[in-house]
Design a protein around this ligand. Structure first.
Ligand code: 4AD
Ligand code: MG
Length: 470
């Protein structure tokens, strides 16, 4: 008997044939001569209703099964009786593969998102996480399709790195010695002697794949990385993870405007791909009782997909913010030129002022990494952040400083050592070209599109300060 996925049965409207389905029972409802099993196999948002006649030899066993049990059911696919389900199965035989008892943690009630975070594998048995993880999959596929079709090559940048490319100092050290702290080798000055460590120097989990990506863009023309990145920033918020995934396209011969257009097109493509491939998932997520997404989230997504993103400079953004009537909105942090754009500012711009994703460019150089291109004003750099309603920053990027002299001058100003980055400086030494790129936080994009409001609920195993279960 051929095994079918529920997804195919529904999408292809497969009826009047015998088939086998395998999955986990969501519920069993017993009536006098029949039982109704709702079976989910994870392949799609829909479950399949199975009608079980009491003439089946193991009927009593089947009727006593609890939610969560694993079964293989063979039967005839027929037109469904109910209004919602177009197809159901009349069972001919049921094999019980894995049982559960009353200790099964997923009872119908009390499955809050917080509770589910503690359920390593059972979390994915719920409609909510099934939906989120399928959307996540589709957004990953969309990413490869988008960049590949535009001639970008997929580059695997290293996960272990010797540099703090963002200069924020929020890195996890990679060491085989640090675990035995008492026996750790010390330098004359009493510091940890990394020259005796595995790599013979201090190494970290990568905070970005950008600099390595840039190397390859300087030969392949355009690349994108898509991998895990690690930051030890101590931010216990709904938008920060210690391990998150980032997509970083790097483009040779490109300036900030080109990369800003690329970023906007990419976000729009992600939205349209999700609407096309995961429509039922998105609809389900919007309809959840504890969904905080706007009632018209789907309409908002379609609007964003079809509209031009606003673009303002940091200076213009600060002007907008400083004119906001404190009676309407009081900011905690100052809005003068030279102050950081805080999350509250980012969200005000995207949610209240523009009501759309907005691209903010040309930030003061003090807030940004060493590699960004200095503007002629000598004060700002060709940076861009894309801010979206509900989240704030979703993308950070820039045009890179392609002039070796200005780049090393900036590193000196920032008290950065040039020696560890000799290989990066070589990019500007041999055949340097204008260069730009950005990084999209994958989980933030999933949050934005699904309307989920905690980043821990859009990644399979969240890592955050003081939390690394499973
Ligand atoms: O703005 P960031 O730090 O930029 C870079 O890392 C550059 N190297 C990118 C580039 O130009 N190639 O990070 C990029 C994005 C942010 O906009 C945000 O969406 C996400 O990564 N991000 C995080 N997501 C989850 N948890 C965290 N702790 C994050 N930190 C940054
Ligand atoms: Mg940033």
């Amino acid at each position: 008997m051929s095994r079918l996925l529920v997804k195919n049965i529904i999408a292809e409207n497969i009826m009047d044939v015998d088939a086998t389905v395998k999955g986990w029972i969501r519920s069993v409802r017993n009536s006098k001569k029949f039982s109704f099993i709702v079976l989910n196999d994870g392949s799609c948002q829909d479950s399949l209703q199975i009608v079980v006649d009491d003439v089946l030899p193991n009927y009593a066993d089947v009727a006593s099964l609890l939610s969560g049990s694993a079964v293989a059911i063979t039967g005839r696919l027929v037109k469904g009786g109910g209004k919602v389900q177009s197809i159901e199965m009349q069972a001919k035989s049921i094999e019980i593969i894995g049982r559960v008892d009353e200790t099964y943690p997923l009872q119908k009630k009390a499955t809050s998102l917080e509770f589910l975070r503690e359920q390593a594998h059972l979390r994915i048995r719920t409609n909510t996480f099934g939906a989120v993880m399928r959307v996540r999959h589709h957004l990953a596929m969309a990413t490869h399709e988008f960049f590949s079709k535009r001639g970008f090559f997929y580059l695997n940048s290293p996960i272990i790195s010797g540099v703090d490319a963002e200069g924020a100092g929020e890195m996890f050290t990679v060491s085989t010695l640090a675990t035995h702290a008492s026996k750790a080798p010390k330098t004359k000055e009493g510091n940890f002697d990394f020259s005796k460590d595995y790599f013979g120097k201090e190494t970290y989990l990568a905070v970005t794949g950008q600099l390595e990506g840039e190397c390859y863009a300087m030969g392949l023309g355009a690349i994108y990385t898509f991998g895990p990145t690690f930051r030890s920033e101590n931010s216990n918020t709904t938008r920060h993870l210690s391990e998150f995934w980032m997509i970083e396209p790097e483009v040779a011969f490109a300036d900030l405007d080109e990369i800003a257009d690329l970023a906007a097109d990419y976000i729009k493509f992600l939205i349209s791909y999700a609407l096309e491939h995961a429509h039922k998932e998105l609809e389900f997520l919007m309809s959840r009782e504890d969904s905080t997404a706007a009632k018209n989230h789907m309409e908002i997504l379609k609007h964003v997909r079809d509209s031009k993103f606003h673009r303002v400079t940091y200076t213009e953004a600060m002007e907008i913010l400083s004119k906001v009537d404190p009676k309407v909105k009081k900011f905690e942090y100052p809005t003068e030129w030279g102050c950081e754009l805080q999350t509250e500012h980012e969200r005000y711009l995207a949610e209240e002022h523009f009501k759309m994703p907005v691209i903010v460019t040309d930030y003061p150089k003090e807030f940004k990494a060493f590699y960004m291109k200095l503007n002629p004003d000598g004060k700002t750099v060709r940076a861009m952040d894309i801010l979206v309603p509900g989240i704030g920053e979703i993308i950070g990027g820039s045009q890179r400083e392609d002039n070796l002299e200005r780049l090393t001058k900036r590193m000196d100003e920032m008290n950065m050592q040039q020696e560890p980055l000799w290989w990066y400086l070589d990019l500007r030494r041999f055949g340097s070209v204008p260069h730009a790129g950005f990084g999209l936080g994958f989980e933030r994009a999933i949050m934005y599109i699904t309307g989920m409001n905690n980043i821990r609920d859009v990644i399979p195993f969240p890592r955050t300060p003081k939390n690394c279960d499973f």
